[in-house]
Design a binder for this molecule. Structure first.
Ligand SMILES: Nc1ncnc2c1ncn2[C@@H]1O[C@H](COP(=O)(O)OP(=O)(O)OP(=O)(O)O)[C@@H](O)[C@H]1O
Length: 577
């Protein structure tokens, strides 16, 4: 009976439709609507819970029922029905008792399920005020719908629960990440402070270093200035020494007798009374003694010869024009002295190349920079030819007392091996010319012109100078040699040029206003090395020791003595403007 009375109880949801159920809306205040979302097994007349749990729905398990009972006993006041709702329910009781029994059973099951699941709903979900209940199911299909809805709700609930779990986990992760970041931030702040301190220390050190560098630079500049001064002083002293030995220095070199000569000749007209003295004895009545800057006896090697001329050659790097001339009769050893052979037999020209490269490297350490270039000129029958350009003819011009050679090729010398290549070309061109004319090489003057440009950035000084290494033609006298025709012409030209050379040097000695440099091609080419303001000259007179050549040898020595006595004022360094 109790059950029947209670079976007329309508649902307590706020969403219950009074029209359908005949139950007036209960004044239920949220907050935990989700708990109350399904129909509850509550007797509206007594406010007590339904006891239909087990009997109304056999499938309902015991636990769920107990839960329902617990909930019902603890039902809050806002779930209790009003008086109006009770009377309304009573009027409906008889007509729908059967349905209600079923419905109530179903509602109890649903409510129990919902209550059971609602316990896991989060606090946020509990605040929702939406009612999930619909009209009370009256038919089995409605019941099924109700069940489906319930399942759907449960599913949603599970999903939300999962989402909540994930949110919680995420929140935990974010929390821990926040903690880590906080810790990191604190570390970063500490590091930043440490770095700030380090930067300040570094700045101080940089400043100290800058000051030290400035002081070092000033010291270095001062040392460089001192070095430059000393280097300039050394140059002056070096050139003073060279000048003291004479602006025109004359040396005599007597070559040894060749094996072939020794078989048919003897060499006893030359004597060496003292160091740097040579005596020529052509008989009891004709004996002469000469003194020179140097007398190189036959025992002197190619190396010792060069050692004696290298300081002279060095002056060319200091901005002075230098002329080193090999004079002598045919076969006296001029080419051997200047060009020489291979290895130990190398002459002055290849040795000068090595020396200039070596010395220029040393001077580069004091800030000097050098540029070298080379030209090879040949003068034959008073005409000039380029030995590095297929023996092409070139023209000499004198402009304001400065010689310029039109068409003469100039070849840069960057490294020592460049010189060797150019020497080969020159030798080849000379040989080719020699095949056309017998004894050609003895009849021509070969002039190796080494152009030197120097610059010192720190002082702004720049110089340009030239080193001319000359292998003159043989100096025989035409009349005495008895040659005729082409050979006579050659010999005449040779002797004219050699006489002009001697004349120019003599007139320079006499400080003549007019020195006839223009007279021959040879003197034109050599004029900047023959006593002009910035020049120094050295003549090596080569002597054939054989008695048969005694007269010609004596003449050569006398020629040398005349040049030796010539005095030319001190040389002046050739500075660029
Ligand atoms: N100091 C020396 N030691 C050994 N041999 C030498 C010496 N000087 C010259 N000779 C040799 O003597 C010969 C003639 O020398 P060289 O050709 O140099 O004379 P030259 O004066 O240049 O003659 P030319 O005027 O005909 O060119 C060569 O065979 C050379 O090798």
């Amino acid at each position: 009976m109790n059950i029947r009375r209670r079976s007329g109880v309508s649902r307590t949801s706020t969403a219950a439709s009074p029209k359908t159920t005949g139950v007036r809306r209960l004044a239920i205040r949220p907050p935990t609507v989700s708990r109350l979302a399904g129909p509850l097994p509550i007797s509206l007349s007594t406010g007590r819970h339904s006891t239909l749990g087990h009997s109304g729905c056999p499938t309902l398990n015991k636990n769920t029922t107990c839960l329902t009972e617990k909930l019902a006993t603890k039902q809050p006041s806002y779930l209790r029905p009003t008086r109006n709702s009770v009377s309304s329910v009573a009027s409906q009781r008889s007509t729908s008792s059967v349905i209600n029994r079923t419905v109530v059973g179903a509602r109890t099951i649903a409510a129990n399920r919902e209550i059971a699941t609602s316990r896991t709903i989060s606090a946020s979900q509990r605040t929702t005020t939406v009612s999930r209940s619909g009209p009370v199911p009256r038919t089995p299909s409605e019941l099924v719908q109700c069940k489906e809805k319930l399942m759907q709700l449960e599913k949603e609930l599970t999903n939300k629960d999962d989402a909540l779990k994930m949110s919680r986990e995420l929140s935990e992760m974010l929390k821990s990440s926040l903690e880590i970041n906080k810790a990191k931030l604190e570390n970063t702040s500490l590091e930043r402070d440490t770095l700030k301190d380090a930067v300040i220390t570094l700045k101080e050190k940089v400043e100290e270093f800058r000051v030290t560098v400035e002081q070092g630079e000033a010291r270095m500049q001062s040392l460089c200035d001192q070095l430059n001064e000393k280097e300039a002083m050394i140059r002056v002293l070096h050139n003073d020494v060279v000048d003291l030995r004479g602006q025109i220095r004359v040396a005599v070199r007597v070559r040894p007798m060749l094996k072939s000569e020794a078989e048919i000749s003897s060499a006893n007209f030359i004597e060496y009374p003292a160091v740097n003295e040579i005596a020529v004895n052509l008989g009891a009545k004709s004996s002469s003694k000469f003194t020179f800057e140097k007398v190189f006896t036959p025992v002197f090697t190619q190396k010792t010869i060069f050692d004696n001329v290298q300081d002279f050659i060095l002056s060319s790097l200091h901005g002075f024009n230098i002329g080193l001339i090999a004079f002598g009769q045919t076969g006296s050893g001029k080419t051997h002295t200047m060009r020489g052979g291979e290895g130990d037999n190398e002459g002055i020209i290849p040795r000068a190349a090595s020396y200039l490269f070596k010395e220029s490297k040393k001077l580069e350490e004091t800030g000097w920079k050098f540029q070298f270039s080379l030209s090879f000129l040949e003068i034959y029958n008073n005409e000039a030819y380029d030995l590095l350009n297929n023996h092409a003819a070139v023209k000499l011009r004198l402009v304001s007392n400065v010689v310029s050679i039109d068409g003469l090729t100039e070849h840069p010398l960057v490294k020592l091996s460049d010189m060797a290549g150019l020497l080969c070309i020159a030798d080849k061109n000379r040989k080719t010319a020699a095949t056309k004319c017998n004894e050609y090489s003895s009849r021509s003057h070969a002039i190796y012109i080494w152009n030197i440009k120097a610059q010192q950035e720190s002082t702004g000084i720049s110089t340009s100078s030239v080193l001319k290494l000359v292998d003159l033609a043989g100096s025989e006298r035409a009349k005495e040699s008895g040659v005729v025709g082409q050979q006579f012409k050659e010999m005449t030209n040779i002797n004219q040029s050699l006489s002009a050379l001697q004349k120019c040097i003599s007139m320079q000695k006499a400080r003549s206003q007019h020195v006839p440099y223009r007279d021959t091609k040879l003197t034109q080419v050599l004029m900047d090395c023959l006593g002009r303001g910035n020049s120094k000259t050295m003549v090596v007179v080569n002597i054939n020791p054989c008695n048969e050549q005694a007269t010609e040898s004596k003449r050569s020595i006398e020629f040398a003595a005349k040049m030796r006595d010539t005095h030319i004022g001190s040389a002046v360094q050739q500075r660029d403007l």
